[in-house]
Design a binder for this molecule. Structure first.
Ligand code: NAG
Length: 925
């Protein structure tokens, strides 16, 4: 690790990249006393048992008491059945010295419970539909079954670990604090090891107070960690728990630190790393050919996750093959949190798409975004002034490139006082905004949660007078250091503070924007430049007397709740658009996210698909990475490939650090400009697909972008692939993410274990792939390797415009790619692209079907939106003959249409039917 890093640094210096993160600014498990203590259980196990005679059975749940057999402390356990093959397991102390924190606001509402049947024998069997839980009393363990297949075990490894709250013993003088000094600490640990079982490590250094670098954590409530192991007997690989700059498939943590979930502002983060980043989503999935299951560990405290994989190397798979035996230890995860309770949702699948929907049923989805937010976003730190904004926008027109949104980073404000403008650089913000709006464009401005401590700043005055800031242990307003200098942080956990914050977005208060200006919430981990690990101290105090320790990973989420409420109140007719850096489970209901401050190098480009795939299955379909890389200067080739990749991730924004060279497309040679332009046009041509996909995400919980295993669960070769992604089940995208290549290896997944695959049609040439397996695909500099699945219909819009808003009434092209049976199907959603009227049915949602040489449409719900758009062209690939002519029948009246050939497809020109009209298009044989 050290050596690798050292080599990276040298290479970095040689090619003149920024040096990258300093990992010593962030804790290792070994430097974190609760992680150290909880992880020790892995070598000795723990001893928890159900107490006989304490079982209570209800219509949807059972409860019982648990005992730690070593110290006799008692706990309550509740296992509840939820609709959709999901169980919820909660374990808390029976009589804690003070209440332990239970996460609020992450779930979208109270989960709907399901009826159970209970069978009591040696074990306790709880059945709910096809889901079953079998509880064993001593040692305590629960096995979960879906249709009688064993998919998850809880505490099969006996690593349940629950530190009960206790009074601090009076320490002899001189033994108080953890010095954090290596040698001394190790010495003390060895001493304490000798006398203590892993369940009682209570006098270990760092248990009652803890130091990291120059920071001291007072830990007034002492040790309170919770930890539990989950095994996945039907799985061969694990994935989930964003956010990490790592592969989609989780790697074993044997010999490394666990994956860490602790929202942090990591400067120039490194890739292939288990280090914590800006967001924490504690949901993890186990996948095997027959079954997929998941666990959502609902805990907002600092969390570490150890991963046990069964490494698939040639030898072991050969042994398995020869012996025909299953691996004896299934993949497993060990969740370790600093405080809170055990609150785990066990989602039983059975298929990948089922378990993604089960998670969405708990934590929700992003609502249908305004169409503009799916267009291209142009950002940099900073567009300097009004002239800069106007001229960048004008240049996009001059070069005929579509662009929807200009972004302003922190420098637009008056000295980093949010909700104000720098009056010299931006004397007329309303005129500037109106200018953009008239072009069909939007503006997004940044609003961060750190508040400048300036007595003349109204926001600071309000927060100070009303006690709205997060407090220190002593009850004072906490002061940290961030962009504005000395800053304090509103306590968004207080509903009164969220209301106050929301009201700041009202146009009566924030008078220098319009209802079309949307919001970027950055630095909300929260980032505190002079705090421990660049964030807030854990012993700060929040609303309800909770420690920051308990709620840290939710701080950004609560910030987003305030912003979202503010934008909805500001204009109830417009769907808010918010971009956030910090996020937790459920934040997807309020915002899109991006992968933070990445770097202009090829490995970071490669990690954009890996990271967004993991985010998408954890609820965050609306994900993207800074195109071009935030730090450093991309060369032309990297920038081109990054635009091409970004064009097929849901959130598509170029952004750059203030110290980087300007990199708007026209600053590059003509060739690069053309490549970027064609990537942008490609993005815009697929907007109807992105938009429909987001509508369907909201309706069903099915992610917009998906790993291959979602639809090819049997194909083991596909499980770990994370340089390719699916857009719904319609497109297969394999961006070019390596330097200087003229071909890429593309994996076409198999639908069964006989290596049969779908048909895939290259979207540029309609050339067809008919076999599963790897293919080497030539790629010139303009090529974005994308295929449409045979059997799907994709709506497109092909007229070139300045922004998506101007495409509202543009006609559609339907691209029909036929499967082996000559069939295809697909949906299209349209509405006003902006308001909530679609929720009252003011939309058109249509399903197209092609079979027996005929295309028909069927409306899902009554079409109640009046669209000026129409179908201008129908492209059919895979027909095998050129039928002339085609006949379209509308309202019983038939008309013949021209058919022509284009590459490997036929094109039916000008069907000219409106979007809300029934029709049938018949092709002659
Ligand atoms: C708005 O547009 C007009 C006309 O192009 C231009 O003269 C003016 O400078 C712009 N104002 C701002 C504040 O951007």
């Amino acid at each position: 690790m050290r050596l690798t890093l050292f080599v990276c640094l040298i290479i970095g210096a040689l090619i003149n990249y920024a040096a990258g993160v300093d990992p010593t600014n962030f804790k290792t498990c070994e430097q974190s006393s609760f992680c150290r203590r909880s992880r020790k259980v892995q070598s000795s196990g723990s001893k928890y048992a159900l107490i006989r005679g304490t079982l209570n059975t209800y219509t949807d749940s059972v409860t019982a008491d648990l005992i730690n057999k070593e110290n006799h402390h008692q706990f309550t356990m509740k296992l509840e059945a939820l609709v959709g093959s999901t169980f919820r397991l909660q374990i808390d102390e029976k009589q804690p010295l003070r209440p332990r924190y239970r996460v609020e606001h992450a779930l979208k509402g109270k989960p709907e419970t399901a009826q159970i049947r209970v069978l009591e024998s040696d074990e306790l069997t709880i059945t709910s539909g096809s889901a079953k839980a079998v509880i064993q009393g001593d040692p305590f363990r629960i096995d979960f079954y879906e249709n009688d297949v064993h998919v998850v075990s809880v505490n099969a490894k006996n690593w349940l670990y629950f530190e009960h709250l206790r009074q601090k013993a009076q320490a002899p003088a001189g033994e108080a604090a953890d010095g954090g000094d290596g040698a001394q600490q190790e010495q003390q640990e060895q001493n304490s090891d000798a006398v203590q079982s892993p369940s009682e490590p209570i006098d270990e250094p760092g248990t009652w107070e803890e130091n990291f670098k120059s920071h001291h954590d007072t830990k007034p409530y002492g040790p309170q960690a919770v930890a539990l192991d989950f095994s996945f007997p039907a799985a061969e690989m694990l994935f989930g728990i964003p956010e990490h700059a790592d592969s989609f498939a989780l790697k074993s943590t044997s010999g490394t630190d666990p994956y860490r979930l602790y929202n942090l502002d990591v400067f120039e983060y490194i890739v292939d790393s288990k280090m914590a980043l800006y967001g924490s989503v504690p949901v993890l999935y186990g996948h095997g050919p027959q079954r997929t299951a998941g666990v959502y560990w609902q805990n907002a405290a600092e969390t570490w996750v150890d991963i046990y994989t069964t490494e698939t190397n040639v030898v072991s798979s050969l042994v398995n093959f020869v012996s025909g035996s299953r691996k004896s230890t299934p993949p497993a995860a060990h969740f370790i949190s600093e405080s809170g309770i055990v609150d785990a949702f066990i989602m039983l699948g059975p298929k990948p798409i089922d378990v993604f929907k089960q998670y969405a049923a708990l934590t929700g989805t992003h609502e249908l975004p305004q169409l503009f937010s799916l267009g291209y976003h142009q950002s940099r730190w900073n567009y300097n002034d009004e002239r800069d904004v106007t001229s960048v926008s004008a240049k996009f027109d001059e070069y005929n490139m579509p662009m929807d949104t200009m972004w302003l980073d922190i420098e637009y404000t008056d000295g980093k006082r949010y909700f104000t403008w720098d009056k010299f650089k931006f004397p007329e913000p309303l005129t500037m905004i109106k200018n953009l709006t008239e072009l069909g464009r939007h503006l997004v401005v940044i609003i961060d949660p750190h508040i400048k401590r300036d007595n003349a700043y109204f926001f600071h005055q309000d927060c100070t007078e009303n006690g709205y800031y997060v407090k220190t242990r002593e009850g004072n307003d906490y002061e940290g250091w961030c962009w504005p200098g000395s800053a304090s942080y509103p306590d968004f956990f207080n509903p009164v503070v969220r209301d106050y914050y929301a009201s700041q977005y009202h146009l009566s208060k924030f008078k220098t924007v319009t209802e079309d200006v949307m919001i970027w919430n950055d630095m909300n981990e929260p980032s505190v430049f002079n705090g421990p690990e660049i964030t807030a101290p854990k012993d700060l105090v929040h609303y309800g007397n909770w420690e920051h320790r308990d709620v840290h990973n939710l701080y950004g989420h609560m910030h987003l709740m305030g912003t979202f409420a503010g934008l909805q109140q500001r204009d109830p007719n417009q769907r808010p658009f918010i971009l956030s850096r910090a996020h937790f489970a459920g934040s997807q209901r309020y915002s899109a996210i991006w992968t933070g401050d990445n770097m202009a190098d090829w490995t970071h480009l490669q990690h954009s698909t890996k990271m967004c795939l993991t985010e998408a299955v954890a609820g965050f379909s609306f994900c993207g990475a800074d195109v071009g890389g935030f730090f450093g200067n991309p060369d032309a080739e990297l920038l081109e490939r990054w635009y091409q990749t970004g064009a097929f991730l849901p959130f598509f924004r170029a952004h750059a650090h203030i110290d980087t060279k300007r990199r708007e497309p026209w600053l590059f040679p003509e060739r690069t400009r053309q490549i970027i332009k064609s990537a942008l046009l490609k993005r815009y041509s697929y907007l109807p697909l992105w938009y429909t996909s987001f509508y369907e995400l909201e309706q069903t919980g099915e992610p917009v972008i998906r790993p291959l295993l979602t639809h090819y669960p049997l194909d083991k070769e596909a499980f770990a692939i994370d340089n390719q992604l699916l857009v719904q089940q319609r497109l297969l995208v394999r961006p070019v993410m390596q330097q200087g290549v003229s071909k890429v290896d593309v994996y076409f997944p198999a639908i069964d274990d006989k290596k049969n695959g779908d048909y895939w049609y290259d979207v540029d040439t309609y050339q067809r792939q008919e076999r599963a397996g790897y293919e080497s695909i030539p790629v010139d500099e303009n090529k974005i390797p994308v295929w449409q699945r045979g059997g799907s219909i994709v709506p497109r819009k092909e007229r070139q415009r300045r922004s998506s808003k101007l495409m509202l009434n543009d006609p559609y092209t339907l691209v029909i790619c036929l499967d082996r049976q000559g069939k295809a199907a697909g949906t299209l959603f349209l509405d006003d692209e902006k308001s909530y009227a679609y929720r009252d049915g003011k939309h058109i949602y249509v399903s197209y079907e092609f079979a027996d040489n005929q295309l028909t449409n069927r409306f899902i719900g009554k079409p109640q939106y009046k669209s000026e758009a129409w179908i201008e062209r129908i492209i059919i690939a895979g027909l095998g003959h050129v039928p002339t002519p085609a006949t379209i029948t509308v309202n019983g009246i038939s008309q013949q249409l021209e058919v022509e050939q284009r590459n490997g497809a036929i094109v039916v020109r000008k069907p000219a039917v409106k979007m809300d009209v029934d029709f049938a298009l018949k092709l002659n044989n």
